[in-house]
Design a protein around this ligand. Structure first.
Ligand SMILES: [Mg+2]
Length: 405
């Protein structure tokens, strides 16, 4: 089973999400040079504005209708998109982020698919203020149709296109050009052969399709008949957070040793961020005593620190870890477990380096690149920060556990 989540009027919804006072008001989003309409809220659609319409043609009407106009703010849309994709991916087996506002989800082992989709829809709405529609069906092509039905004809914003009668009705309602994956050329060809409705394509003879439309035509028809031909192209959205932590064989009491351990964890997190070309906005450091010992003082401390600018710089992350540990550390305790988490992860390109002057980000980015290059060529650990120490003093040889979630 496949579910397709599609954000409604995405760019317009994003603008509204940060200006709740625009609820119920018409909104249009304009292309880069403010030339054309590239997104419309439902209210703007109802007033008759068309997608791609040049602004100069409707300028007076826009003013008369008191339509709120915005120049496209891609950074905002990407940010919100990432949040939504993270929510969706945490609730399904696999996800294919198909575009900035659409994702296919693997719902194969989901028992109550519709209920699940409704919950997801509510969660996305609550956390991002973006309304989404979810279509559920056996194949991608049908799921795409289902999401369209969910958007246009369902109050709940969720539609499962599953039983035979429903599918037949939907296929005779939609024309071939409205199908996902059917382009203008194919539409023209099919129309020339007298095929207009999706239902006609579904019933077309396979060998005829193979001869005239190649394998793509065959696959389209099969998908319409509920036989999956287009697989989910799994994409991994950025990990929400990366954690490096471990339990120690021997409890650690000394601040210096704990700091050394955590510095190593911080460096691993930073390296992972750099490997996936991302930066983190937030750092969380935690230390914990042995929960199973009642004979010693117990303590769990965790501290969250916001970076002034998203970073993947080992030196900065280690420094910040030191500051956090200094606040958390209780010298009357011995610690069994500790960890470093970096979160609120964003792609490198999203960081506007020149706007912030805390330290020379560009120079440090280059330094980190040299650092990674040498370690890649000469072996991990060839260059280390002195605080990382030269040997593993805290127990087994096994590397710290590091994973994202
Ligand atoms: Mg959309």
């Amino acid at each position: 089973m496949i579910a397709l989540a599609d954000c409604n009027n995405f760019f317009a919804s994003c603008e509204r999400s940060i200006r709740p006072e625009l609820e119920g008001k018409p909104i249009v989003v304009l292309s880069n040079n403010d030339g054309c309409i590239i997104a419309r809220s439902n209210e703007a659609k109802a007033l008759g504005y068309k997608m791609g319409e040049p602004v100069f043609k409707v300028k007076d009407k826009l003013l008369r209708d008191r339509v709120h106009m915005f120049s496209g703010n891609m950074a905002l849309y990407r940010d919100i998109s990432e949040k939504i994709m993270c929510i969706l991916s945490s609730e399904c087996n696999a996800i294919e982020v198909y575009s900035i506002d659409e994702a296919f989800m693997d719902f194969t082992s989901v028992a109550a698919a519709e209920e699940k989709a409704e919950l997801l829809r509510m969660q996305v709405l609550k956390e991002t203020k973006i309304p989404i529609s979810i279509g559920i069906a056996k194949t991608k092509v049908l799921a795409k149709l289902a999401s369209h039905i969910a958007k246009k004809h369902s109050r709940r914003g969720v539609f499962k296109l599953y039983n035979k009668g429903l599918i037949e009705r939907a296929l005779s309602y939609y024309s071939v050009e409205e199908l996902w994956g059917v382009g203008r050329k194919q539409t023209q060809f099919l129309n020339d052969k007298g095929i207009f409705q999706a239902s006609q394509l579904a019933q077309a003879d396979e060998s005829w399709l193979r001869r005239h439309m190649s394998i793509l035509g065959v696959r389209m028809a099969r998908e319409l008949n509920g036989i999956p031909c287009f697989e989910l192209q799994e994409t991994r959205p950025y990990k929400k957070s990366i954690m490096t932590s471990r339990s120690f064989k021997h409890e650690l009491g000394s601040f210096k040793l704990l700091h050394e351990v955590l510095s190593n964890f911080a460096c691993l997190c930073a390296l992972k961020l750099r490997k996936q070309n991302t930066r983190a906005k937030k750092l969380i450091v935690f230390i914990q005593t042995n929960r199973f010992r009642s004979d010693v003082k117990s303590h769990y401390g965790s501290l969250e620190v916001q970076f002034p600018i998203a970073t993947n710089d080992s030196i900065e992350i280690v420094k910040t870890t030191y500051i956090a540990l200094d606040k958390l550390y209780d010298k009357s305790c011995s610690y069994k477990r500790a960890g470093v988490i970096v979160s609120d992860i964003i792609p490198d390109q999203q960081v506007q380096l020149n706007l912030f002057g805390k330290y020379d980000v560009e120079k440090r980015t280059k330094l980190m690149k040299v650092y990674d290059d040498v370690n890649r060529k000469m072996g991990e650990g060839t260059i280390r920060l002195s605080i990382q120490g030269v040997e593993n003093k805290w127990g087994e040889k096994q590397a710290p556990i590091s994973f994202g979630h």
